[in-house]
Design a protein around this ligand. Structure first.
Ligand SMILES: *Cc1c(COP(=O)(O)O)cnc(C)c1O
Length: 404
């Protein structure tokens, strides 16, 4: 099918909420995808950090095939085996004792916000419900989660927002301390900010938040929707910092590319959820949990150490580009969650890379973001860095960027 026919039908029938790249993807294997005209691409976007094992990883595909022939969905009126298996794995791998399953990151954060409020009301009375969140954060697109997200561009046109959030600068402990009052019940933060521009916390920040939460009896909520499942080189990003939260949310790569989200909590906190408190028709359905179980098992020690090695290699190569081009302001990252800050909007660069057969992504306008499968090889990274070098060189030659 010709691309124009697809884009015409999209324009006619699909809500206009995305600015898509002009390519129809029809097939994927590992780090590669192909479009409807047979052109091959290297995928450094991974469905926005959701396919951390690459496309059609055999363990995920086989688990789905098997489960699809057994049982796809029955609702949470009944017990099912894949949900049990997945909860067992998640609680074994994390600080948490209990899991609530849903279908996306926004829903996972909705569950976290509800649990934090309920726990606080159960333990400290009705007037304690405020959650402190950070500038440049991103927690999803529902009304509650845009309210938690401290970026005005996500609020515009949807006011009034949900009450009960206070925003403070990221990486600033004293701002958090000043924002705490008698109504505060929790602090919610991404260990590494994703959509906000791949922002890395300073060494003592998360530990500092942990201490504040202990001393003020607040819940610490980590949104690991993007950083979880091995993305940063540890299974969960919090493991880098020697502390753990009270509540954590996961989605994106949790199902190896299949839609599933979850909210995890310590037993003492989770007990504020009782039958009737919260629910999801599809949450934890057998099909998505079968994929999730396979995905969790596939992200083993070998994949984690590979991710760390490839992340270091990738950063080194990108930093060499930074030495060469003065419009590259910063290269930062952890594992295979890497950002390159430019001094100009990054969309044009991603479009040039697409033409050359590379899917890369940008966020917060000026930040190129690299979130390849954790199984990416050095030769894939070399290919991309060479293409970036070529695109940057051309951009300079065309005189379209300000060069110092
Ligand atoms: C993507 C993302 C979300 C939202 O997830 P959806 O599945 O799109 O609802 C929430 N938090 C973070 C940190 C994310 O990266």
């Amino acid at each position: 099918m010709k691309i124009d026919k697809v884009t015409d039908l999209y324009n006619k029938c699909i809500a206009n909420t995305y600015s898509r790249y002009p390519v129809v993807l029809v097939k994927g294997r590992g780090i590669k995808v192909w479009d409807s005209e047979g052109k091959e691409y290297y995928d450094f976007v991974s469905g926005i950090a959701a396919n951390n094992l690459g496309h059609c990883h055999p363990q995920i595909t086989n688990a789905l095939k098997k489960q699809a022939g057994e049982l796809i969905h029955v609702s949470n009126l009944y017990y099912t085996l894949p949900q049990m298996e997945m909860a067992k794995l998640l609680t074994k791998k994390s600080f948490a004792d209990k899991v609530f399953f849903c279908n996306s990151g926004a829903e996972a954060n909705e569950a976290a916000i509800k649990l934090a409020r309920k726990y606080s009301k159960d333990n400290y009375g009705n007037d304690r419900y405020e959650i402190i969140t950070m500038h440049q954060s991103f927690h999803g697109r529902t009304i509650a989660t845009i309210s938690a997200t401290a970026q005005e561009k996500f609020h515009k046109g949807f006011e009034p927002l949900l009450a009960g959030f206070r925003y403070v600068p990221y990486n600033d402990l004293s701002a958090v301390e000043k924002a705490i009052n008698g109504r505060t019940c929790a602090i919610m933060v991404e260990p590494i900010q994703g959509e906000g521009g791949v922002n890395i916390p300073h060494r003592d920040y998360l530990k500092g938040l942990r201490e504040i939460c202990f001393s003020k009896r607040l819940l610490l909520i980590f949104d690991e929707v993007q950083t979880g499942m091995g993305r940063t080189g540890k299974f969960f990003a919090y493991e880098h910092f020697g502390i753990s939260p009270d509540i954590m949310t996961l989605a994106k790569s949790l199902g190896g590319g299949v839609a599933i989200g979850s909210m995890l909590a310590r037993a003492e906190v989770a007990k504020s959820f009782i039958p009737g408190s919260h629910a999801s028709t599809f949450g934890g359905n057998p099909l998505s949990c079968a994929a999730g179980v396979a995905a969790i098992k596939a992200v083993d020690k070998g994949v984690l150490s590979h991710c760390k090695r490839m992340g270091n290699y990738f950063m080194r190569r990108l930093k060499k580009l930074k030495d060469k081009y003065s419009f590259i302001k910063d290269v930062r990252g952890m594992g295979l969650m890497i950002g390159m800050e430019l001094s100009f909007p990054a969309r044009g660069i991603t479009e040039e890379c697409l033409k050359r057969g590379f899917l890369i992504n940008y966020t917060a306008d000026k930040i190129l973001r690299f979130i390849p499968p954790l199984t990416v090889a050095t030769k894939d990274i070399d290919r991309l860095v060479n293409v970036l070098d070529e695109v940057f060189k051309e951009t300079v030659n065309k005189g379209t960027v300000p060069v110092k």
